[in-house]
Design a protein around this ligand. Structure first.
Ligand SMILES: [Mg+2]
Length: 268
């Protein structure tokens, strides 16, 4: 029996790792360094604001307009301005010095990831990671959870100087695995960057909608209807719902998946 596809590319943040929760936890620690003496609720709210990034600085980073340090400093200044706080000397450096170890310590891999990677290995499906985070941050995250050796390729925003949803990022990742886009599944949690980006680049898109992974303010795509995904998108809430559980990557129906994948689909 032939495989339904030959490669799987996975987003990292909030796909493999519970990144939003880790960021908010680490941000609260780092904000306490800069602005001590406030109540716990403030640190939580301000850290959530840093994560949500209402100024859109992360998007500018993914488009190559800002480098990583500029992007992070801009987000910190946005938080300070939003709360009417003075910006302390060396604020960004002090924030990062506190954030990085707290973020590393807070890393957690989702329970379905290792079984899914084992299924891929058993089926001899090539696996790569494609993230809009930086090379250094990604290496640290994967190392922290023991996944540093699990991907044949890791493409970050730094690989080409810009990130998803640019079609060249997906093409580069497929090329690195020597698998054509139409034989590659892309799995991610973000509708625009992952799902539409992959579909537009000719990959087979899988939208991972983890239930209650984070509060909706940090995962706005969870509030989007499934029908907003491109035709042919496979929608799952667990990696192991990708067809087919117990019969990895063989053509056929998706077990429990809301599948509009491959032949026919179920309409929208
Ligand atoms: Mg993500």
């Amino acid at each position: 029996m032939s495989r339904a596809y030959d490669a799987v590319l996975l987003d990292v943040d909030d796909t493999l790792l519970d990144t939003s929760r880790a960021m908010i936890a680490a941000g609260a620690v780092a904000l306490r360094e800069l602005w001590p003496g406030r109540d716990d609720g403030w640190y939580q709210a301000a850290s959530e604001r840093f994560r949500v990034d209402p100024g859109g600085h992360f998007r500018r980073y993914t488009e190559g307009e800002l480098d990583f340090e500029e992007m992070r400093a801009a987000r910190l200044r946005e938080v300070a301005a939003a709360y009417g706080l003075g910006y302390p000397d060396a604020g960004h450096d002090r924030f990062e010095a506190a954030f990085r170890p707290a973020f590393r310590a807070a890393q957690r891999v989702y329970d379905d990831v290792r079984p899914f990677l084992a299924r891929c290995a058993a089926a001899e499906v090539a696996v790569g990671a494609v993230t809009n985070s930086s090379a250094a941050a990604t290496a640290d995250k994967l190392d922290a959870v023991g996944l540093a050796e699990d991907f044949a390729v890791v493409v970050t925003r730094d690989t080409l100087g810009f990130g998803k949803p640019d079609a060249r990022v997906f093409a580069h990742a497929c090329g690195s695995l020597s698998v054509p886009p139409e034989r590659t599944v892309f799995v991610g949690d973000e509708l625009a960057a992952d799902v539409r980006g992959a579909a537009d680049a000719g990959l087979r898109a899988c939208w991972l909608r983890r239930p209650a992974a984070v509060v909706s303010a940090h995962a706005p795509d969870l509030t989007q209807a499934s029908s907003t995904a491109p035709e042919g998108t496979l929608i799952v809430s667990d990696l192991n719902a990708i067809p087919g559980t117990g019969d990895p990557f063989r053509s056929g129906s998706a077990d429990g998946a809301e599948s509009r994948f491959g032949t026919g689909g179920t309409g929208r």
